[in-house]
Design a protein around this ligand. Structure first.
Ligand code: OOB
Length: 543
Protein backbone atom coordinates (compact mmCIF):
# COMPACT_ATOMS: atom_id res chain seq x y z
CA UNK A 1 0.00 0.00 0.00
CA UNK A 2 1.31 3.41 -0.98
CA UNK A 3 1.83 5.76 1.97
CA UNK A 4 1.43 9.51 2.02
CA UNK A 5 -1.99 9.60 0.40
CA UNK A 6 -5.31 10.31 2.08
CA UNK A 7 -7.84 7.48 1.74
CA UNK A 8 -11.59 7.97 2.08
CA UNK A 9 -12.86 7.53 5.64
CA UNK A 10 -14.04 4.02 6.35
CA UNK A 11 -17.76 4.82 6.35
CA UNK A 12 -17.55 6.50 2.94
CA UNK A 13 -15.52 3.67 1.45
CA UNK A 14 -18.05 1.16 2.71
CA UNK A 15 -20.94 3.15 1.33
CA UNK A 16 -19.32 3.56 -2.10
CA UNK A 17 -18.70 -0.19 -2.18
CA UNK A 18 -22.15 -1.17 -0.89
CA UNK A 19 -23.90 1.11 -3.37
CA UNK A 20 -21.92 -0.34 -6.25
CA UNK A 21 -19.81 2.67 -7.21
CA UNK A 22 -16.61 0.87 -6.38
CA UNK A 23 -16.56 -2.49 -8.10
CA UNK A 24 -13.37 -3.88 -6.54
CA UNK A 25 -11.47 -4.46 -9.78
CA UNK A 26 -7.98 -3.35 -10.78
CA UNK A 27 -7.96 -0.67 -13.49
CA UNK A 28 -6.05 -2.73 -16.07
CA UNK A 29 -8.84 -5.35 -16.04
CA UNK A 30 -10.92 -3.19 -18.36
CA UNK A 31 -8.50 -4.11 -21.14
CA UNK A 32 -8.18 -7.78 -20.15
CA UNK A 33 -11.98 -8.18 -20.03
CA UNK A 34 -12.30 -7.04 -23.65
CA UNK A 35 -9.32 -9.10 -24.76
CA UNK A 36 -11.31 -12.07 -23.49
CA UNK A 37 -14.75 -11.07 -24.79
CA UNK A 38 -13.80 -9.49 -28.15
CA UNK A 39 -10.17 -10.43 -28.92
CA UNK A 40 -10.37 -9.74 -32.66
CA UNK A 41 -11.85 -6.25 -32.52
CA UNK A 42 -9.56 -3.32 -33.24
CA UNK A 43 -8.61 -1.64 -29.96
CA UNK A 44 -6.01 0.88 -31.04
CA UNK A 45 -4.99 2.74 -34.18
CA UNK A 46 -1.83 4.82 -34.01
CA UNK A 47 0.45 6.77 -36.28
CA UNK A 48 -0.25 6.62 -39.98
CA UNK A 49 -2.88 3.91 -39.62
CA UNK A 50 -0.57 1.03 -40.48
CA UNK A 51 -0.24 0.47 -36.74
CA UNK A 52 -3.43 -1.26 -35.66
CA UNK A 53 -3.84 -3.59 -32.71
CA UNK A 54 -6.69 -5.89 -31.83
CA UNK A 55 -7.65 -6.27 -28.18
CA UNK A 56 -5.82 -9.60 -28.05
CA UNK A 57 -2.65 -8.11 -29.56
CA UNK A 58 -2.70 -5.08 -27.30
CA UNK A 59 -3.32 -7.17 -24.21
CA UNK A 60 -0.41 -9.47 -25.08
CA UNK A 61 1.92 -6.49 -25.61
CA UNK A 62 0.85 -5.19 -22.20
CA UNK A 63 1.56 -8.57 -20.60
CA UNK A 64 5.01 -8.67 -22.18
CA UNK A 65 5.76 -5.11 -21.09
CA UNK A 66 4.61 -5.82 -17.53
CA UNK A 67 6.94 -8.85 -17.43
CA UNK A 68 9.76 -6.72 -18.85
CA UNK A 69 9.20 -4.06 -16.21
CA UNK A 70 9.29 -6.66 -13.44
CA UNK A 71 12.55 -7.97 -14.83
CA UNK A 72 14.00 -4.47 -14.48
CA UNK A 73 12.82 -4.51 -10.88
CA UNK A 74 9.88 -2.16 -11.47
CA UNK A 75 6.62 -3.17 -9.76
CA UNK A 76 4.72 -3.24 -6.44
CA UNK A 77 3.91 0.42 -5.82
CA UNK A 78 6.94 1.87 -7.63
CA UNK A 79 6.21 5.26 -9.14
CA UNK A 80 7.18 5.79 -12.75
CA UNK A 81 6.98 9.24 -14.31
CA UNK A 82 5.48 8.87 -17.78
CA UNK A 83 5.98 11.63 -20.30
CA UNK A 84 4.94 10.20 -23.64
CA UNK A 85 3.01 11.73 -26.55
CA UNK A 86 -0.11 10.26 -28.19
CA UNK A 87 1.46 7.03 -29.34
CA UNK A 88 0.84 3.33 -28.79
CA UNK A 89 3.90 3.39 -26.52
CA UNK A 90 1.88 5.43 -24.02
CA UNK A 91 -1.05 3.01 -24.02
CA UNK A 92 1.15 -0.07 -23.71
CA UNK A 93 3.34 1.40 -20.96
CA UNK A 94 0.37 2.77 -19.01
CA UNK A 95 -1.34 -0.62 -18.84
CA UNK A 96 2.01 -2.42 -18.50
CA UNK A 97 2.84 -0.41 -15.38
CA UNK A 98 -0.59 -1.08 -13.87
CA UNK A 99 -0.26 -4.76 -14.56
CA UNK A 100 3.24 -4.84 -13.07
CA UNK A 101 1.79 -3.26 -9.91
CA UNK A 102 3.58 0.06 -10.50
CA UNK A 103 1.99 3.51 -10.43
CA UNK A 104 2.18 5.73 -13.54
CA UNK A 105 2.75 9.41 -12.71
CA UNK A 106 1.42 11.27 -15.73
CA UNK A 107 3.08 14.42 -17.03
CA UNK A 108 2.45 16.35 -20.25
CA UNK A 109 4.85 16.28 -23.22
CA UNK A 110 5.09 20.07 -22.80
CA UNK A 111 6.69 19.74 -19.38
CA UNK A 112 10.38 20.38 -18.99
CA UNK A 113 13.14 19.88 -16.49
CA UNK A 114 11.63 22.12 -13.83
CA UNK A 115 8.32 20.23 -13.74
CA UNK A 116 9.85 16.77 -14.26
CA UNK A 117 12.40 17.10 -11.47
CA UNK A 118 9.71 18.24 -9.08
CA UNK A 119 7.29 15.48 -10.04
CA UNK A 120 10.00 12.82 -9.81
CA UNK A 121 11.03 14.13 -6.39
CA UNK A 122 7.57 14.37 -4.84
CA UNK A 123 6.41 11.05 -6.23
CA UNK A 124 9.62 9.31 -5.15
CA UNK A 125 9.89 7.89 -8.65
CA UNK A 126 12.28 5.07 -9.49
CA UNK A 127 11.91 5.45 -13.26
CA UNK A 128 11.06 7.95 -15.97
CA UNK A 129 9.75 7.27 -19.49
CA UNK A 130 10.28 9.83 -22.26
CA UNK A 131 10.26 9.97 -26.06
CA UNK A 132 13.66 10.41 -27.72
CA UNK A 133 12.70 13.60 -29.54
CA UNK A 134 9.41 15.32 -30.08
CA UNK A 135 8.77 18.40 -32.23
CA UNK A 136 12.50 18.96 -32.47
CA UNK A 137 13.06 18.76 -28.72
CA UNK A 138 15.36 16.10 -27.27
CA UNK A 139 13.64 14.74 -24.15
CA UNK A 140 16.73 12.77 -23.12
CA UNK A 141 18.22 16.10 -21.99
CA UNK A 142 15.74 16.72 -19.16
CA UNK A 143 15.89 12.98 -18.41
CA UNK A 144 19.59 13.37 -17.66
CA UNK A 145 18.83 16.34 -15.42
CA UNK A 146 16.21 14.30 -13.55
CA UNK A 147 18.67 11.44 -13.01
CA UNK A 148 21.18 13.88 -11.60
CA UNK A 149 18.76 15.76 -9.36
CA UNK A 150 16.75 12.77 -8.15
CA UNK A 151 19.10 9.86 -7.46
CA UNK A 152 16.16 7.54 -6.72
CA UNK A 153 15.36 7.53 -10.45
CA UNK A 154 17.26 4.41 -11.49
CA UNK A 155 15.84 3.85 -14.94
CA UNK A 156 15.15 6.04 -17.92
CA UNK A 157 13.02 4.28 -20.54
CA UNK A 158 13.04 5.87 -23.97
CA UNK A 159 10.53 5.47 -26.78
CA UNK A 160 12.83 5.48 -29.82
CA UNK A 161 16.60 5.92 -29.71
CA UNK A 162 17.62 5.40 -26.06
CA UNK A 163 21.15 6.89 -26.21
CA UNK A 164 22.76 5.71 -22.91
CA UNK A 165 19.35 4.67 -21.47
CA UNK A 166 16.99 1.69 -21.91
CA UNK A 167 14.85 1.40 -25.03
CA UNK A 168 11.18 0.91 -24.21
CA UNK A 169 11.06 -1.63 -27.01
CA UNK A 170 13.48 -3.77 -24.97
CA UNK A 171 11.20 -3.73 -21.94
CA UNK A 172 9.78 -7.02 -23.08
CA UNK A 173 9.72 -10.51 -21.64
CA UNK A 174 7.62 -13.65 -21.73
CA UNK A 175 4.43 -13.06 -19.75
CA UNK A 176 4.48 -14.12 -16.13
CA UNK A 177 1.73 -14.52 -13.56
CA UNK A 178 1.54 -11.29 -11.55
CA UNK A 179 -0.31 -10.56 -8.32
CA UNK A 180 -3.36 -8.29 -8.71
CA UNK A 181 -3.19 -4.99 -6.83
CA UNK A 182 -5.67 -4.10 -4.10
CA UNK A 183 -8.44 -2.11 -5.88
CA UNK A 184 -8.54 0.28 -2.93
CA UNK A 185 -4.93 1.31 -3.56
CA UNK A 186 -3.62 4.15 -5.70
CA UNK A 187 -3.51 3.19 -9.38
CA UNK A 188 -2.23 6.40 -10.92
CA UNK A 189 -0.95 9.83 -9.89
CA UNK A 190 -2.26 12.75 -11.98
CA UNK A 191 -0.82 16.23 -12.05
CA UNK A 192 -2.93 19.08 -10.69
CA UNK A 193 -3.31 22.39 -12.50
CA UNK A 194 -1.77 23.93 -9.43
CA UNK A 195 -2.27 27.08 -7.40
CA UNK A 196 0.91 26.89 -5.36
CA UNK A 197 4.64 27.14 -5.94
CA UNK A 198 4.86 23.62 -7.30
CA UNK A 199 2.31 21.32 -8.95
CA UNK A 200 0.59 18.78 -6.69
CA UNK A 201 -0.01 15.10 -7.34
CA UNK A 202 -3.48 13.61 -7.32
CA UNK A 203 -3.85 10.01 -6.20
CA UNK A 204 -6.55 8.09 -8.09
CA UNK A 205 -7.36 4.57 -6.90
CA UNK A 206 -8.28 1.56 -9.04
CA UNK A 207 -11.81 1.69 -7.62
CA UNK A 208 -12.36 5.42 -8.04
CA UNK A 209 -10.81 5.77 -11.48
CA UNK A 210 -12.56 2.67 -12.83
CA UNK A 211 -15.85 4.16 -11.65
CA UNK A 212 -14.93 7.55 -13.19
CA UNK A 213 -14.38 5.79 -16.52
CA UNK A 214 -17.43 3.49 -16.36
CA UNK A 215 -19.92 6.17 -15.35
CA UNK A 216 -18.51 8.58 -17.96
CA UNK A 217 -18.79 5.99 -20.74
CA UNK A 218 -22.43 5.43 -19.73
CA UNK A 219 -23.39 9.11 -19.67
CA UNK A 220 -21.67 9.72 -23.01
CA UNK A 221 -23.33 6.73 -24.67
CA UNK A 222 -20.05 5.00 -25.55
CA UNK A 223 -20.37 1.43 -26.84
CA UNK A 224 -18.62 -1.10 -29.06
CA UNK A 225 -19.26 1.09 -32.12
CA UNK A 226 -17.53 4.11 -30.60
CA UNK A 227 -14.41 5.25 -32.43
CA UNK A 228 -12.75 7.79 -30.14
CA UNK A 229 -10.07 10.18 -31.36
CA UNK A 230 -7.47 11.20 -28.77
CA UNK A 231 -6.68 14.81 -29.62
CA UNK A 232 -5.58 16.22 -26.27
CA UNK A 233 -2.50 14.72 -24.63
CA UNK A 234 -3.24 11.16 -23.47
CA UNK A 235 -1.92 12.12 -20.05
CA UNK A 236 -4.76 14.63 -19.61
CA UNK A 237 -7.56 13.25 -17.45
CA UNK A 238 -10.14 14.47 -20.00
CA UNK A 239 -8.68 12.46 -22.91
CA UNK A 240 -7.66 9.55 -20.72
CA UNK A 241 -10.72 8.85 -18.62
CA UNK A 242 -13.69 11.13 -19.32
CA UNK A 243 -14.56 8.69 -20.94
CA UNK A 244 -11.53 9.08 -23.19
CA UNK A 245 -9.28 6.29 -24.23
CA UNK A 246 -9.94 4.18 -21.13
CA UNK A 247 -13.72 4.54 -21.50
CA UNK A 248 -13.54 3.49 -25.13
CA UNK A 249 -11.45 0.41 -24.37
CA UNK A 250 -13.74 -0.51 -21.47
CA UNK A 251 -16.75 -0.80 -23.81
CA UNK A 252 -14.84 -2.48 -26.65
CA UNK A 253 -14.67 0.49 -29.03
CA UNK A 254 -11.67 1.68 -31.04
CA UNK A 255 -9.16 4.32 -29.90
CA UNK A 256 -7.45 6.41 -32.58
CA UNK A 257 -4.44 8.51 -31.58
CA UNK A 258 -3.95 11.89 -33.22
CA UNK A 259 -0.40 13.25 -32.98
CA UNK A 260 -1.70 16.84 -32.79
CA UNK A 261 -5.02 18.66 -32.49
CA UNK A 262 -4.53 20.47 -35.80
CA UNK A 263 -7.46 20.21 -38.22
CA UNK A 264 -5.05 18.75 -40.82
CA UNK A 265 -4.22 15.76 -38.63
CA UNK A 266 -7.48 15.37 -36.76
CA UNK A 267 -9.90 15.83 -39.68
CA UNK A 268 -7.97 13.36 -41.85
CA UNK A 269 -8.18 10.77 -39.07
CA UNK A 270 -11.88 11.45 -38.47
CA UNK A 271 -12.57 10.80 -42.14
CA UNK A 272 -10.32 7.77 -42.52
CA UNK A 273 -11.21 5.96 -39.29
CA UNK A 274 -14.86 7.12 -39.18
CA UNK A 275 -14.36 8.64 -35.75
CA UNK A 276 -17.57 9.07 -33.74
CA UNK A 277 -16.42 11.01 -30.68
CA UNK A 278 -13.60 13.21 -29.47
CA UNK A 279 -12.72 15.76 -26.77
CA UNK A 280 -11.09 19.17 -27.16
CA UNK A 281 -10.45 22.41 -25.27
CA UNK A 282 -12.29 25.59 -26.40
CA UNK A 283 -9.45 27.10 -28.50
CA UNK A 284 -9.32 23.89 -30.55
CA UNK A 285 -13.11 23.86 -30.89
CA UNK A 286 -12.90 27.43 -32.24
CA UNK A 287 -10.15 26.45 -34.66
CA UNK A 288 -12.15 23.47 -35.91
CA UNK A 289 -15.30 25.58 -36.31
CA UNK A 290 -13.33 27.82 -38.66
CA UNK A 291 -11.45 25.02 -40.37
CA UNK A 292 -14.58 23.19 -41.54
CA UNK A 293 -15.10 26.14 -43.87
CA UNK A 294 -11.99 25.29 -45.90
CA UNK A 295 -11.03 21.71 -45.03
CA UNK A 296 -12.50 19.19 -47.44
CA UNK A 297 -12.59 16.23 -45.02
CA UNK A 298 -15.80 14.26 -44.51
CA UNK A 299 -16.68 14.58 -40.82
CA UNK A 300 -20.11 12.97 -41.11
CA UNK A 301 -19.19 10.05 -38.82
CA UNK A 302 -18.67 12.42 -35.88
CA UNK A 303 -21.55 12.23 -33.41
CA UNK A 304 -20.13 13.82 -30.27
CA UNK A 305 -17.77 16.70 -29.61
CA UNK A 306 -16.87 17.12 -25.96
CA UNK A 307 -15.53 20.54 -25.02
CA UNK A 308 -14.01 21.34 -21.63
CA UNK A 309 -10.94 22.42 -19.71
CA UNK A 310 -11.99 26.05 -19.81
CA UNK A 311 -15.27 27.81 -20.46
CA UNK A 312 -16.78 27.62 -23.92
CA UNK A 313 -18.72 30.76 -24.84
CA UNK A 314 -22.43 30.38 -25.60
CA UNK A 315 -21.98 31.75 -29.11
CA UNK A 316 -19.35 29.24 -30.34
CA UNK A 317 -21.24 26.55 -28.41
CA UNK A 318 -24.32 27.22 -30.54
CA UNK A 319 -22.24 26.90 -33.73
CA UNK A 320 -20.94 23.38 -32.99
CA UNK A 321 -23.94 21.37 -34.08
CA UNK A 322 -24.71 23.22 -37.33
CA UNK A 323 -21.03 23.48 -38.36
CA UNK A 324 -19.75 20.02 -37.39
CA UNK A 325 -22.99 18.08 -37.58
CA UNK A 326 -22.57 16.51 -34.15
CA UNK A 327 -23.85 16.91 -30.62
CA UNK A 328 -21.96 19.26 -28.33
CA UNK A 329 -21.20 18.14 -24.82
CA UNK A 330 -19.77 20.60 -22.34
CA UNK A 331 -17.52 19.04 -19.74
CA UNK A 332 -16.47 20.86 -16.61
CA UNK A 333 -14.04 18.53 -14.96
CA UNK A 334 -10.89 18.42 -12.91
CA UNK A 335 -8.08 15.92 -12.46
CA UNK A 336 -8.98 15.99 -8.75
CA UNK A 337 -12.21 14.16 -9.56
CA UNK A 338 -15.62 15.79 -10.00
CA UNK A 339 -16.92 15.71 -13.56
CA UNK A 340 -19.88 17.65 -14.86
CA UNK A 341 -21.36 16.74 -18.23
CA UNK A 342 -24.24 18.18 -20.18
CA UNK A 343 -26.39 15.18 -21.07
CA UNK A 344 -26.78 14.16 -24.70
CA UNK A 345 -30.53 14.84 -24.62
CA UNK A 346 -30.35 18.18 -22.77
CA UNK A 347 -32.27 21.01 -24.44
CA UNK A 348 -30.18 23.47 -26.50
CA UNK A 349 -30.16 26.19 -23.83
CA UNK A 350 -28.53 23.83 -21.32
CA UNK A 351 -26.08 22.44 -23.91
CA UNK A 352 -24.85 25.88 -24.90
CA UNK A 353 -25.35 27.84 -21.68
CA UNK A 354 -24.12 25.53 -18.92
CA UNK A 355 -21.06 23.45 -18.09
CA UNK A 356 -23.08 20.34 -17.29
CA UNK A 357 -24.22 18.62 -14.12
CA UNK A 358 -22.41 16.18 -11.84
CA UNK A 359 -21.74 12.73 -13.24
CA UNK A 360 -22.69 10.68 -10.19
CA UNK A 361 -25.72 10.57 -7.92
CA UNK A 362 -23.17 10.27 -5.12
CA UNK A 363 -21.39 13.54 -6.04
CA UNK A 364 -21.97 16.07 -3.27
CA UNK A 365 -21.83 19.68 -4.34
CA UNK A 366 -21.93 22.83 -2.20
CA UNK A 367 -21.71 26.46 -3.26
CA UNK A 368 -20.34 28.69 -0.50
CA UNK A 369 -19.46 32.33 0.18
CA UNK A 370 -16.14 33.65 1.51
CA UNK A 371 -17.09 32.59 5.03
CA UNK A 372 -17.86 29.06 3.93
CA UNK A 373 -21.64 29.44 4.30
CA UNK A 374 -23.95 28.00 1.65
CA UNK A 375 -25.21 30.72 -0.69
CA UNK A 376 -28.95 30.89 -1.36
CA UNK A 377 -30.14 28.64 -4.24
CA UNK A 378 -29.03 30.08 -7.60
CA UNK A 379 -26.40 32.34 -6.01
CA UNK A 380 -22.77 32.39 -7.12
CA UNK A 381 -20.05 31.08 -4.82
CA UNK A 382 -17.13 28.70 -4.59
CA UNK A 383 -17.81 25.10 -5.56
CA UNK A 384 -16.94 22.50 -2.91
CA UNK A 385 -17.31 18.83 -3.65
CA UNK A 386 -16.77 15.32 -2.39
CA UNK A 387 -17.77 11.97 -3.80
CA UNK A 388 -16.76 8.48 -4.88
CA UNK A 389 -14.12 9.67 -7.38
CA UNK A 390 -12.95 12.96 -5.87
CA UNK A 391 -9.67 12.92 -3.96
CA UNK A 392 -9.48 13.46 -0.19
CA UNK A 393 -5.99 14.91 -0.27
CA UNK A 394 -3.02 15.58 -2.56
CA UNK A 395 -0.11 13.19 -2.35
CA UNK A 396 2.43 14.08 0.32
CA UNK A 397 1.05 17.58 0.82
CA UNK A 398 -0.33 17.66 4.37
CA UNK A 399 0.03 21.39 4.85
CA UNK A 400 -1.55 22.27 1.50
CA UNK A 401 -4.34 19.77 2.16
CA UNK A 402 -5.36 21.56 5.33
CA UNK A 403 -6.26 24.54 3.15
CA UNK A 404 -7.61 22.74 0.06
CA UNK A 405 -10.15 20.62 1.93
CA UNK A 406 -12.80 21.35 4.52
CA UNK A 407 -12.53 19.43 7.79
CA UNK A 408 -15.34 17.15 6.57
CA UNK A 409 -13.49 16.28 3.37
CA UNK A 410 -14.94 18.59 0.71
CA UNK A 411 -12.41 19.62 -1.94
CA UNK A 412 -12.29 23.40 -2.46
CA UNK A 413 -12.26 23.65 -6.25
CA UNK A 414 -11.48 27.38 -6.44
CA UNK A 415 -14.15 27.66 -9.14
CA UNK A 416 -16.99 30.15 -8.82
CA UNK A 417 -20.25 28.62 -9.99
CA UNK A 418 -23.99 28.91 -9.79
CA UNK A 419 -26.38 25.99 -9.86
CA UNK A 420 -29.58 26.02 -11.93
CA UNK A 421 -32.77 24.31 -10.73
CA UNK A 422 -31.97 21.45 -13.16
CA UNK A 423 -28.72 20.84 -11.27
CA UNK A 424 -26.60 22.18 -14.13
CA UNK A 425 -23.63 24.33 -13.20
CA UNK A 426 -22.60 27.59 -14.80
CA UNK A 427 -18.94 28.49 -14.26
CA UNK A 428 -18.84 32.19 -13.39
CA UNK A 429 -15.18 32.71 -12.58
CA UNK A 430 -12.40 31.65 -10.32
CA UNK A 431 -11.31 32.21 -6.75
CA UNK A 432 -7.92 30.53 -7.20
CA UNK A 433 -4.60 32.13 -8.12
CA UNK A 434 -4.30 30.36 -11.44
CA UNK A 435 -4.47 31.32 -15.10
CA UNK A 436 -6.51 29.07 -17.39
CA UNK A 437 -4.85 29.57 -20.75
CA UNK A 438 -7.22 27.77 -23.08
CA UNK A 439 -7.33 24.74 -20.78
CA UNK A 440 -3.65 24.82 -19.83
CA UNK A 441 -3.42 25.71 -16.15
CA UNK A 442 -0.68 28.01 -14.88
CA UNK A 443 -0.13 28.54 -11.18
CA UNK A 444 0.55 32.25 -10.67
CA UNK A 445 2.75 31.52 -7.66
CA UNK A 446 4.86 28.98 -9.51
CA UNK A 447 5.54 31.41 -12.35
CA UNK A 448 6.15 34.32 -9.96
CA UNK A 449 8.79 32.26 -8.15
CA UNK A 450 10.58 31.63 -11.43
CA UNK A 451 10.39 35.31 -12.37
CA UNK A 452 11.72 36.38 -8.97
CA UNK A 453 14.85 34.34 -9.63
CA UNK A 454 15.80 36.79 -12.39
CA UNK A 455 18.34 39.38 -11.15
CA UNK A 456 16.44 42.20 -12.89
CA UNK A 457 13.15 41.41 -11.12
CA UNK A 458 12.45 42.91 -7.71
CA UNK A 459 8.83 41.79 -7.47
CA UNK A 460 6.44 39.85 -9.72
CA UNK A 461 2.68 39.34 -9.94
CA UNK A 462 1.09 37.15 -12.58
CA UNK A 463 -2.52 37.75 -13.63
CA UNK A 464 -4.81 36.57 -16.40
CA UNK A 465 -5.82 38.90 -19.20
CA UNK A 466 -8.89 38.30 -21.35
CA UNK A 467 -8.29 36.76 -24.76
CA UNK A 468 -10.82 35.96 -27.43
CA UNK A 469 -9.52 32.54 -28.47
CA UNK A 470 -7.68 31.33 -25.37
CA UNK A 471 -10.17 32.72 -22.86
CA UNK A 472 -7.19 34.09 -20.97
CA UNK A 473 -3.52 34.70 -21.49
CA UNK A 474 -0.77 35.40 -18.99
CA UNK A 475 0.38 38.87 -18.03
CA UNK A 476 3.39 39.27 -15.74
CA UNK A 477 3.54 42.52 -13.83
CA UNK A 478 7.07 43.28 -12.69
CA UNK A 479 8.74 45.77 -10.43
CA UNK A 480 12.22 45.85 -11.98
CA UNK A 481 15.52 45.98 -10.13
CA UNK A 482 17.86 48.16 -12.17
CA UNK A 483 17.62 47.42 -15.88
CA UNK A 484 14.29 45.68 -16.54
CA UNK A 485 14.47 42.46 -18.61
CA UNK A 486 12.53 42.42 -21.88
CA UNK A 487 9.84 39.85 -22.53
CA UNK A 488 12.22 37.97 -24.82
CA UNK A 489 14.96 37.93 -22.24
CA UNK A 490 12.51 36.63 -19.67
CA UNK A 491 11.30 33.91 -22.03
CA UNK A 492 14.90 32.78 -22.62
CA UNK A 493 15.57 32.89 -18.88
CA UNK A 494 12.52 30.79 -18.04
CA UNK A 495 13.19 28.32 -20.84
CA UNK A 496 16.71 27.95 -19.56
CA UNK A 497 15.31 27.13 -16.12
CA UNK A 498 13.36 24.28 -17.71
CA UNK A 499 9.90 25.85 -17.50
CA UNK A 500 7.24 24.53 -19.92
CA UNK A 501 6.62 26.87 -22.86
CA UNK A 502 2.89 27.29 -22.17
CA UNK A 503 3.80 28.99 -18.88
CA UNK A 504 5.85 31.78 -20.47
CA UNK A 505 4.17 35.18 -19.98
CA UNK A 506 2.31 36.43 -23.04
CA UNK A 507 2.88 39.97 -21.93
CA UNK A 508 5.15 41.80 -19.49
CA UNK A 509 4.17 45.08 -17.83
CA UNK A 510 6.39 47.21 -15.61
CA UNK A 511 5.31 49.11 -12.51
CA UNK A 512 7.20 51.12 -9.88
CA UNK A 513 5.17 49.67 -7.05
CA UNK A 514 2.32 47.17 -6.80
CA UNK A 515 -1.11 48.12 -5.52
CA UNK A 516 -1.70 46.45 -2.14
CA UNK A 517 -4.79 45.27 -0.30
CA UNK A 518 -5.56 46.54 3.19
CA UNK A 519 -3.64 43.57 4.63
CA UNK A 520 -0.61 44.32 2.48
CA UNK A 521 -0.99 41.59 -0.16
CA UNK A 522 -0.48 42.40 -3.82
CA UNK A 523 -3.89 43.49 -5.12
CA UNK A 524 -4.24 41.15 -8.10
CA UNK A 525 -7.84 42.12 -8.72
CA UNK A 526 -6.80 45.67 -9.43
CA UNK A 527 -3.86 44.47 -11.59
CA UNK A 528 -6.34 42.35 -13.53
CA UNK A 529 -8.57 45.38 -14.06
CA UNK A 530 -5.55 47.45 -15.08
CA UNK A 531 -4.49 45.12 -17.87
CA UNK A 532 -8.09 44.60 -19.01
CA UNK A 533 -8.60 48.36 -19.32
CA UNK A 534 -5.32 48.75 -21.13
CA UNK A 535 -6.16 45.97 -23.57
CA UNK A 536 -9.56 47.44 -24.36
CA UNK A 537 -8.09 50.90 -24.94
CA UNK A 538 -5.45 49.36 -27.25
CA UNK A 539 -8.20 47.41 -28.99
CA UNK A 540 -10.24 50.55 -29.59
CA UNK A 541 -7.20 52.25 -31.05
CA UNK A 542 -6.63 54.69 -28.19
CA UNK A 543 -3.63 52.95 -26.66
C1 OOB B 1 -9.72 19.67 -16.68
O1 OOB B 1 -8.95 19.31 -15.61
P1 OOB B 1 -7.78 20.18 -14.97
O2 OOB B 1 -7.39 19.45 -13.76
O3 OOB B 1 -6.75 20.48 -16.00
O4 OOB B 1 -8.40 21.59 -14.59
C2 OOB B 1 -9.52 21.71 -13.74
C3 OOB B 1 -10.02 23.15 -13.75
C4 OOB B 1 -11.35 23.34 -13.08
O5 OOB B 1 -11.23 23.44 -11.69
C5 OOB B 1 -11.80 24.64 -13.72
O6 OOB B 1 -11.13 25.72 -13.14
C6 OOB B 1 -11.31 24.49 -15.14
O7 OOB B 1 -10.23 23.59 -15.09
N1 OOB B 1 -12.33 23.94 -16.06
C7 OOB B 1 -13.36 24.64 -16.60
C8 OOB B 1 -14.04 23.74 -17.45
N2 OOB B 1 -13.43 22.54 -17.37
C9 OOB B 1 -12.38 22.68 -16.53
N3 OOB B 1 -13.75 25.91 -16.45
C10 OOB B 1 -14.84 26.31 -17.15
N4 OOB B 1 -15.55 25.51 -17.97
C11 OOB B 1 -15.20 24.22 -18.15
N5 OOB B 1 -15.91 23.43 -18.98
O8 OOB B 1 -9.65 20.76 -17.21
C12 OOB B 1 -10.71 18.64 -17.13
C13 OOB B 1 -10.68 17.37 -16.59
C14 OOB B 1 -11.58 16.43 -17.01
C15 OOB B 1 -12.51 16.74 -17.98
C16 OOB B 1 -12.54 18.01 -18.53
C17 OOB B 1 -11.64 18.98 -18.10
Amino acid sequence: MLDGWVPWPQEFAERYRDEGYWAGRPLDRLLRDRAVSSPERVALVAGDGSNRWTYAELDLRVDRTAAGLRRLGIGDGDRVVVQLPNTDAFVVLFFGLLRAGAIPVLTLPAHRESELVHVAEVSGATALAVPDTLDGFDHRGPARAVRKAVPGVEHVLVAGDPAEFTALADVDADPVELPAPDPGDVAVLLLSGGTTGKPKLIPRTHDDYTYNVRASAEVCGFDGDTVYLVVLPTAHNFALACPGLLGTLMVGGTVVLSPTPSPDDAFALIEREKVTATAVVPPIALLWLDAVEWEEADLSSLRLLQVGGSKLGAEPAARVEPALGCTLQQVFGMAEGLLNYTRLDDPPELLTGTQGRPLSPADEVRVVDDEGHDVPPGGTGELLTRGPYTLRGYYRAAEHNSRSFTPDGFYRTGDLVRVLPSGHLVVEGRAKDQINRGGDKISAEELENHLLAHPGVHDAAVVGMPDETMGERTCAYLVPRGQAPTQRELAAFLTDRGVAAYKLPDRVELLDIFPRTSVGKIDKKSLGRLITTRLSSEGSGEG
